[in-house]
Design a protein around this ligand. Structure first.
Ligand SMILES: NC(=O)c1ccc[n+]([C@@H]2O[C@H](COP(=O)([O-])OP(=O)(O)OC[C@H]3O[C@@H](n4cnc5c(N)ncnc54)[C@H](OP(=O)(O)O)[C@@H]3O)[C@@H](O)[C@H]2O)c1
Length: 290
């Protein structure tokens, strides 16, 4: 088991997401900045400078990241992922855990890179396609991260339970993190990955309603944002059903139940349900194209 503080984390790609995660890992104490390394191939990359400013090591060589890290987080744009995995595959060993944070790339595609390097892993593509366990050296997990501080992950065929534990510890350091079957990753993207957009629309619309009723615009935005925070905290902190919390704030013949009736009549619930469904289906289609 790798000890916290000495956990060596490498980022392939040290852009916005890598920097946000590195800062979160350091702030949570899960490791120190000197145990983090990030790569970017471009000599004039501004990301390299920004990553060093956090106190982490940097390199232009992806292989060096693998050599100096226990956990390798692949944080390039999705189309580059197969290329960088092929590049690092010869230096990956069975102790490395590779976590991809790229949107829409299924584990099978990550593992195929390893499988297709026959000099490295003597396994057939068919075995991987059938999702059978195989002697592939690389252990993969893929993660869906959202800006609101939540993530879900799924583990590949070669991972062990301690890899799932480590992935969860890592991403819990930067927010809520849960392991899910890969089949649910797209639905989690549809709910939580795209969810902030739905909530921004809700906030804007609530504020518009307030402005319509005479509240100054600035105050209306503050009140609508705080209302969402307050409601979300109540759900997370009390663990009570959202419906029960809603019942608590609807007094008989009061103004809230009048508004709830209006929301029900105008299809508020089904709009949100269909939004999640639409984003899930789109995420599935995107994944298949990778
Ligand atoms: N941004 C988000 O909110 C968000 C949320 C969830 C998930 N994600 C996922 O996180 C990943 C990274 O997104 P981002 O917004 O952080 O992108 P980004 O800021 O553009 O960073 C991408 C990094 O990859 C580097 N890179 C390019 N080619 C490379 C190569 N061949 N080898 C190694 N590194 C290379 C880039 O370096 P140079 O540009 O300096 O060449 C840059 O450091 C994406 O796959 C995305 O789907 C992002």
């Amino acid at each position: 088991m790798i000890k916290e503080k000495t956990l060596r984390i490498g980022f392939i790609g040290c852009g916005k997401m890598a920097q946000a995660l590195a800062k979160g890992f350091i702030a949570s104490g899960i490791t120190r900045s000197e145990n983090i390394i990030g790569s970017s191939p471009r000599i004039d990359s501004m990301f390299i400078e920004e990553f060093s400013a956090i106190g982490c090591s940097t390199t232009h060589e992806n292989a060096q990241v693998v050599e100096q890290a226990d956990v390798i987080i692949v944080a390039t744009k999705p189309p580059l992922v197969p290329k960088v995995l092929t590049e690092i595959n010869p230096v990956v060993n069975s102790d490395n855990l590779i976590v991809s944070i790229a949107m829409g790339i299924p584990l099978i595609n990550l593992e195929q890179v390893c499988v297709s390097q026959s000099w490295h892993c003597q396994v057939s593509l068919d075995a991987a396609k059938e999702n059978k366990s195989h002697p592939c050296n690389a252990k993969y997990a893929c993660t869906v991260l959202v800006r609101s501080g939540a993530s879900v992950f799924s583990c590949g065929t070669s991972t062990r339970s301690e890899d799932a534990t480590l992935t969860k510890r890592l991403f819990t350091a930067v927010g809520l993190c849960e392991e899910v079957p890969e089949v649910l990753i797209d639905a989690c993207t549809g709910l939580s990955g795209s969810g902030p957009a739905y909530m921004y629309i809700a906030m804007e619309a609530l504020a518009d309603g307030g402005v319509k009723m005479g509240i100054p615009r600035d105050l209306a935005y503050k009140l609508s944002a705080q209302t969402l925070i307050g409601a979300a905290k109540m759900v997370l902190e009390t663990g009570r059903h959202p419906g029960a919390l809603k019942d608590d704030v609807c007094s008989p013949a009061g103004s809230t139940i009048q508004a709830v009736y209006f929301l029900e009549k105008s299809g508020f619930r089904s709009s949100l349900m269909e939004a999640v469904q639409a984003a899930t289906l789109k995420s599935k289609q995107t994944g298949r194209k990778e």
